[in-house]
Design a protein around this ligand. Structure first.
Ligand code: ZN
Length: 663
């Protein structure tokens, strides 16, 4: 590993920030909020009296993007007297105590490993969960492995969950050998120290590099492996099985590294030994689900759940059993799927399991992978402090964990649906013929709601290949699909006696056949998932109240309406619902109302084009203008669980047009 220290900022906090970012940039040192660092310094109390303090990384902050305010200062004069304390300290007691040691009570909560840093006399301390160290300490005969690699230059401390006792053990071990280069925590990570953040960093990199080189000399050379399973046919089955009680988003990793790992003869055995650290366990669960070719996914999953239940029953906890489903699914020849309540959670699991694979592989080369025993693994998962955090989570949103494909989503009603659904927790596939505009919408959603919450795809509904490709890409992105808003349509006008047949065909290609292609692929995937689904067709007011000179449009839209009913008929037994919306006269942001269209309709009604919105508003029973957001609200209702007993229905969103009453 490269020593990247290039400059030393003047101020101590800036040095800590600089050190954090160098460490955070190395994924094989820390991932997603892991690791922590500190520096001991001086400050003043409320009365201006000098005090010894320690700046320590706050709990949960991410090293690669950390800023100075994420290093709260704690008073060392309050912490030092704790060390000899009889009977230790529970985790909750420790957290409460540390909250009262903050120099500024409004600052962030200090790391759970604060005492570990505070009890060490060195000025600067750095702690990571480096892959190389984890590989060495997750071997059979771990003490010997660590000594073979580092000689007597490091101290080792046996596995204990982070907390008061581990902090004291670390301080005692340090006192027995203060000239050590570093301290290795079994199944957990590495600690180094020094006078400055730079000293601690440089010692850290030197030890990790030594570990990496030692392991590399024992690893077999990489071979080449190719994928031989079509991942898009497997993903919906996996997502459906995992999402039987709660929808999940999947992330797929079919990289060569994963395929190579899964092609090992012993892949199944070595993945069922356990996680590399208790920290990893919280994200990846203890074991991945390993599927061999031909395995029945739901049978394999129920076996997995049974195994988890037995593990829980064996140790029990004051806390109810956590979700017993796997978060990592491995399929040799295809790759790895990771699951989360949203795309970000699935990404974290993916990143962590990639490192787990590297650690397992390196440890296998160094004597054999071995990790936490059953009991330690149980207590790492049912750690009261972590479980308490879960109780503070906000209530899940209406479409949490759901995937929605929306056609014609770059503007107007489609865009309003995409944005509204994302607000309610959905992951949105923004499709449109105008992919640049679709990307703008998707980027806006991701910026507002988070990582991978929307993707943009080019989709021309008149092309069968395009539709199939859009679904395949959706499956690759999220694992499946739950909601469709079949919205895209094209307008065309002209009285029948002069209407070119090409216009008629074009209308049907999109407004009828396009919706059929979208519904067909949706039904196929939803049946594979076995978790139902909801398809919302944007049918338009013209279905119930057609307009003259609007033949190609109105007749093709009537076909769409009938298609919706057939989908409801055929989907019912699978829990797949189909309903339609009949909006009218949506002007804002709509491409439907081109200048040509406006002037054509205005002429038909004998008014000025600029008066058209007023004309439509005044002819409604509610004398109101209907917006794309109004339609999105109705679409949300039909897409989500609040309408779970409704299928085959028609909902006008037109301000009230009596000619268009459904009957
Ligand atoms: Zn740690």
């Amino acid at each position: 590993m490269k020593n990247r220290w290039a400059e030393t900022p003047e101020n101590e906090i800036d040095q800590l920030v600089y050190q954090s970012r160098l460490v955070g940039a190395e994924e094989s040192l820390v991932l997603w909020g892991g690791g922590n660092n500190s520096v001991k310094s001086q400050s003043t109390d409320l009365l201006g009296k000098p005090i010894d303090v320690m700046y320590i990384k706050s709990s949960g902050s991410d090293m690669k993007t950390i800023v100075p305010k994420e290093f709260p200062a704690v008073r060392l004069d309050y912490i030092e007297p704790l060390r000899p304390r009889d009977g230790g300290m529970s985790d909750q007691e420790m957290v409460d105590y540390l909250a009262r040691c903050l120099v500024d009570p409004t600052s962030r909560r200090p790391s759970i490993e604060t005492l570990l840093h505070a009890f060490l006399p060195a000025r600067a301390v750095l702690h990571t969960h480096a892959d190389a160290i984890l590989a060495l300490t997750n071997t059979r005969g771990r003490e010997t492995t660590v000594r073979d690699c580092f000689g007597d230059s490091v101290i080792t401390v046996p596995y204990l969950r982070p907390g008061f006792r581990l902090s004291r053990d670390v301080a005692d071990a340090f006192a027995s050998k203060p000239d050590a280069e570093g301290l290795v925590l079994m199944n957990h990570g590495l600690i180094t120290w020094g006078e400055t953040a730079r000293d601690a960093y440089e010692k850290h990199i030197a030890l990790v590099t030594k570990g990496e080189e030692w392991l590399a000399s024992r690893s077999p050379a990489a071979t080449s492996v190719l994928s031989n399973v079509d991942a898009t046919t497997v993903a919906p089955v996996i997502r459906g099985a995992l999402g039987a009680t709660r929808s999940v988003i999947l992330e797929f990793d079919g990289s060569e590294e994963v395929l190579r790992f899964l092609a090992r003869d012993d892949a199944k055995r070595i993945t069922q030994i356990g996680p590399a650290t208790p920290d990893h366990l919280l994200y990846t669960k203890r074991f991945p689900l390993f599927l061999d070719a031909g395995d029945d996914v739901s049978k394999a999953l129920s076996d997995y759940v049974e195994r988890y239940k037995a593990h829980y029953d064996n140790y029990r906890s004051e806390f109810a059993m956590l979700d017993p489903h796997p978060r990592v699914v491995l399929v040799p020849g295809a790759g790895m799927w990771t699951a989360g309540k949203d795309a970000r959670a699935a990404r974290i699991v993916r990143d962590i399991y990639r490192h787990t694979m590297r650690i397992i592989e390196a440890a296998e080369g160094a004597g054999g992978y071995e990790t936490l025993n059953d009991e330690d693994a149980f207590h790492a998962e049912y750690w009261p402090l972590e479980l308490y955090k879960l109780t503070l989570l906000p209530k899940e949103k209406e479409l949490a964990g759901k995937v929605a494909i929306i056609t014609g989503a770059a503007s107007g009603i489609g865009r309003a649906c995409a944005e509204r659904f994302a607000e309610e927790g959905a992951h949105v596939v923004v499709t449109d013929v105008d992919v640049a505009l679709a990307e703008e919408v998707a980027n806006g959603i991701a910026a507002k709601h988070g990582l991978r919450r929307a993707v943009a795809l080019r989709l021309d509904l008149s092309s069968e290949d395009d539709v199939e490709r859009a679904y395949a890409e959706t499956i690759t992105a999220y694992g499946g699909v739950d909601i469709i808003v079949s919205n895209a349509g094209i307008s065309s006008f002209g009285s029948l006696d002069v209407l070119p047949a090409a216009d008629w065909d074009r209308s049907f290609a999109v407004n009828a056949r396009g919706h059929f292609l979208v519904a067909r692929a949706a039904l196929r995937i939803m049946k594979q998932q076995k978790t139902g689904g909801s398809i919302v067709f944007n049918a338009s007011k013209n279905v119930t109240a057609p307009g003259k000179e609007f033949g190609a449009y109105s007749v093709s839209k009537a076909a769409e309406a009938q298609l919706c009913r057939i989908v409801a008929l055929e989907g019912g037994e699978f829990g797949i619902r189909a309903n339609m919306l009949n909006p009218d006269a949506i002007f804002g942001g709509s491409r439907f109302w081109s200048d040509e269209m406006r002037s054509m309709r205005a002429t038909a009604y004998g008014i000025e084009p600029s008066l058209l919105p007023d004309f439509y508003r005044n002819r409604t029973l509610l004398k109101t203008e209907v917006t794309a957001d109004d339609v999105a609200e109705a679409a949300l209702f039909l897409a989500g669980p609040r309408s779970s007993k409704t299928t085959g229905a028609m909902v006008p969103v037109d301000g009230g047009v009596k000619e268009a009453f459904p009957r």
